[in-house]
Design a protein around this ligand. Structure first.
Ligand code: ARG
Ligand code: ZN
Length: 849
């Protein structure tokens, strides 16, 4: 809990720990309220030290005794750790502490979930298990003995022995404490095996609670694909005899890459066609890959300190995106990622929570597991790869794995391998890591005598703590089309380094149409005033699938903005162009579905705000609804035919092909429901044999105002499946009419199955409300008050999940003075809560600005 003045930690203050850890032996004697942890740790003086203080982190530990070289000692114990006098040379530290997993509701350290023991140590949870230098640059081998009646007892590394009531594990790879894991409980496994590229056999297991066995097969296939892919693409082989994955119901995040023992939020690993949607399958495949890829980018090579978090997260997100693109198709994956970046990272980077990809200070590191560190961090790597080219990229990566293996590294180490391989100076590029904010790039063009000139200007608005920005290196992929729509200049990567810079294209027969920022080659806002005709031309002809989609996105957005600000009619010329694409059966259904998906209401609010218009959530909602209805009316002649063509006539598979068809058919059904009052959706709901179809039908029924019976049937069918019930909770709030969304959320928060201490369930309801833009921003502030009540309540139990949820308030300055005042009132109420956690305090303080 927060002390009087929260302490800020700075990157510039980094100093190495005064000691190295040669080995760690841990013995756990498990008991729900009194687990005993005995540690035996070999320390030696660190030759690089500047400070000899022997301080070990420790929180919420009951110290029983401590010894140095076998002699009992009396350390000075404080709230956050202990200090002790130690010998000058190497020594053995031993101690016993008692902890209480059962009452650990923060889900950090060792805790219990449905009677199962499990751990989450990243970033700083190990200090709740025993006294230790809990920092990523202290790496050691771990030997773990677990004593208890639980039939299954797991830890990192390889199993070295087990017997009645005990099991031992040894991890030969030195690792920081944040990668430690322990799991014990009544678990069943889904076993398999994998032979690595050098012929070593690896035992694979997915461990779940009895009853979930039938939801493991897909995750296992995803794991094997990931292992093969990392060998083929990055030359990286797995390095232990066994790889275990465990599904845990109570988990703050998605998953965790503990060495050889990945722990997953059950929502990110368990899947079956009946209970999981296509989106769930795709996400599970990506997260399994992500955690597996961490074995090299994160575990073998880790971070020197938490400021370097993007070193492992940005790179691993980049790698999992490459993997998904290979498995499911490049353009569609890219479009999904850009939608996500704009929905989550852009608002963060353009609001009070803006921070650099490598932050320079924090109070609570858990608040920096952000879209900026992860997703913008991955974008930065994508840009680096575009700038140096594929060949140099993989050479640099080989050098990175070679040079840095077994070390705790910095962004400087990372960039150095690229400099060494290419001979380039990356000091300007490095600004992407240190400067926050989304750059805005504007473009002007000029045409004369066969020469076409594009002049770009870049500008990054000020962000908290950073008033002035320098020009960055921005790779801008450009292609040119002639008036017939043929590509006359294929994609060229322009490298912008100045505040203003021109690029010329010679020898052209006629003035071309440019396609700029193809593939979204940099995470910037492109400010270019383009006529409707030119956007329509790009929608019809652009050879870059991303930009073709982008042209449509811009047209959709402009149409909605005009409807909102000028009460304009929907833009029928655009819809004629869109119709051609949606009905073009040479295009993949998933791509056509993406064309139909308009900007979110929150994105529209941002666009209006940027244009100097105060967004009115109710008007945004009305315009979005009006547009959908208009499209449905206009296309009623052929919607059903196309939907029929998208029916999948084969056993369910979550592959890209079937997924695309179901996605398009879901989008069409949403339009059809506006014409038939939900009759077709009802039929689909009644006959659906997989969750994708069932849930999308349920969504349309709720939207059509006839969801009650279906919701009840759904509840009866699935009440015993937690993951499905999360959907049931979330969808009711998310899909509710804005006028009643808060009431629906309130009623659900009183439901007997609303287990608010379970992060998935809490997020289902609160996140559902936040997604219901006009519902959450109800004029009277009821949405804000409802959420604040719950955040105040959860903070005592689970600071991490509370703090994370606070970010739904980050866009508050977009709205009118009334709404701002109402939000401010709630933020201040949260801030005034007695014993507010350090996590939530930091978030609320930053959001208030
Ligand atoms: N390293 C994990 C992952 O990205 C996330 C762990 C986040 N933990 C936290 N306490 N914020 O795969
Ligand atoms: Zn990660």
């Amino acid at each position: 809990m927060k002390d009087a003045a929260p302490k800020t930690i700075y990157l510039k203050d980094y100093t190495p720990f005064g000691f190295t850890v040669e080995s760690v032996h841990l013995t756990f004697d498990l008991a729900p309220r009194a687990t005993r942890v005995i540690a035996k740790i070999e320390f030696a003086p660190n030759p690089e030290r500047t400070d000899k203080t022997f301080f070990l982190h420790g929180e919420e530990l009951k110290l029983k005794w401590a010894k140095i070289d076998g002699t009992e000692v009396s350390p000075v114990v404080t709230d956050d750790g202990l200090r002790c006098d130690v010998p000058d040379g190497p020594f053995t530290w031993e101690c016993e502490v008692e902890i209480s997993p059962e009452t650990n509701t923060a889900l950090e350290g060792l805790y219990m979930s449905n009677g199962m023991y499990c751990t989450q140590c990243e970033a700083e949870g190990f200090r709740k298990i025993t006294y230790y230098p809990d920092r990523p640059d202290v790496m050691s081998t771990f030997t773990v003995r677990i004593e208890g009646d639980e039939p299954v007892k797991l830890s990192n590394g390889n199993p070295t022995g087990s017997g009645d009531g005990w099991a031992e594990w040894h991890d030969p790879w030195p690792k920081p404490a944040y990668l430690f894991a322990l799991v014990a409980g009544n678990l069943v496994n889904h076993p398999d095996s994998f032979t690595t590229m050098s012929g070593k056999d690896v035992e694979l297991n997915i461990w779940v609670r009895p009853g979930d066995e039938h939801k493991c097969a897909f995750g296992m296939e995803a794991l094997k694909k990931s292992m093969r892919w990392d060998e083929e693409v990055y030359g990286r082989e797995y390095d232990l005899d066994i790889f275990n994955i465990v599904a845990v119901d109570d988990f703050n995040m998605g998953a965790m890459e503990n060495k050889g023992l990945n722990v997953f939020n059950s929502s990110c690993v368990l899947a079956s066609p009946e209970t999981s949607t296509d989106d769930n399958f795709e996400r599970i495949e990506a997260i399994i890959a992500h955690e597996y890829f961490h074995n090299w980018t994160g575990n073998r090579i880790t971070c020197r300190d938490w400021f370097q978090l993007c070193l492992k997260e940005g790179l691993t997100v980049f790698r999992d995106a490459q993997f998904t693109a290979d498995m499911r198709g490049e353009p569609v994956k890219r479009i999904h990622d850009v939608i996500d970046l704009r929905a989550r990272q852009f608002p963060e980077d353009q609001g009070p929570l803006s921070h650099p990809v490598r932050p320079e200070s924090f109070q609570e590191i858990n608040n920096f597991y952000t879209a900026t560190v992860y997703e913008k961090g991955a974008e930065v790597i994508g840009m680096l790869k575009s700038l140096v080219g594929d060949e140099a990229y993989y050479k640099a990566l080989d050098l990175y794995f070679d040079r840095q293996d077994g070390q705790a590294c910095t962004i400087e180490d990372w960039l150095k391998v690229f400099e060494d391989v290419t001979g380039r100076d990356l000091s300007q590029f490095k600004l992407w890591y240190s400067q926050s904010g989304t750059p805005r790039v504007s473009v002007a063009d000029d045409w004369s005598d066969g020469t076409y000139t594009l002049t770009f200007k870049q500008h990054t608005p000020p962000t908290p703590g950073q008033e002035v920005k320098d020009p960055k290196v921005i790779p801008i992929a450009v292609g040119l089309l002639n008036p017939n729509g043929d590509e006359i200049v294929p994609t060229r990567m322009l490298e912008m380094t100045e505040a203003e810079q021109s690029f010329t294209f010679d020898g052209l027969a006629s003035k071309p149409t440019p396609s700029i920022l193809r593939g979204f080659s940099a995470p910037v806002v492109l400010e270019r005033v383009v006529s409707r005709e030119e956007q329509a031309f790009l929608l019809a002809h652009d050879t870059d699938p991303f930009n073709r989609w982008e042209a449509n996105r811009t047209l959709t957005r402009n149409c909605l903005v005009n409807m909102i600000t000028d009460d304009a009619e929907p833009d029928d010329a655009w819809l004629t162009g869109l119709e051609k694409v949606v009905r073009d059966d040479t295009l993949d259904p998933d791509y056509r579905q993406l064309m139909l998906s308009g900007p979110t209401q929150s994105e529209l609010a941002q666009v209006l705000f940027e244009q100097g218009v105060t967004p009115d959530p109710d008007k945004i909602w009305d315009a979005s609804e009006r547009l959908r209805q208009h499209i449905a009316n206009k296309w009623q002649g052929w919607l059903k035919d196309l939907a029929d063509q998208m029916v999948v006539d084969a056993p369910y598979s979550p592959d890209a092909e079937q997924t695309g068809k179901r996605a398009l058919s879901g989008a069409l059904l949403s339009l059809i429901s506006r014409l038939d009052g939900g009759a077709a959706a009802q039929e689909r709901f009644d006959t659906a044999d997989n969750m994708t179809l069932q849930l999308s039908a349920l969504t349309h029924l709720i939207r059509a105002g006839r969801g009650d019976a279906a919701l009840e049937a759904f509840y009866t069918q699935w009440r015993n499946d937690r993951l499905v019930m999360d959907k049931w909770f979330g969808i009711q709030v998310g899909m509710a009419d804005p006028g009643v969304a808060v009431d629906v959320a309130t009623a659900l928060s009183q439901h007997e199955d609303f287990d608010w201490k379970n992060p998935n369930r809490f997020r289902a309801v609160m996140g559902g409300l936040a997604m219901n833009h006009a519902g959450f921003h109800r004029k009277d502030g009821a949405g804000y008050a409802f959420l604040a009540d719950w955040l105040i309540r959860l903070d005592d139990k689970n600071p991490q999940t509370t703090a994370r949820m606070c970010s739904v308030f980050q866009t508050w300055k977009r709205y009118d003075a009334n709404r701002q005042a109402l939000i401010r009132e709630q933020l201040e109420r949260i801030k005034a809560k007695p014993k507010l956690s350090r996590d939530t305090d930091e978030m609320v303080t930053r959001i208030l600005g």
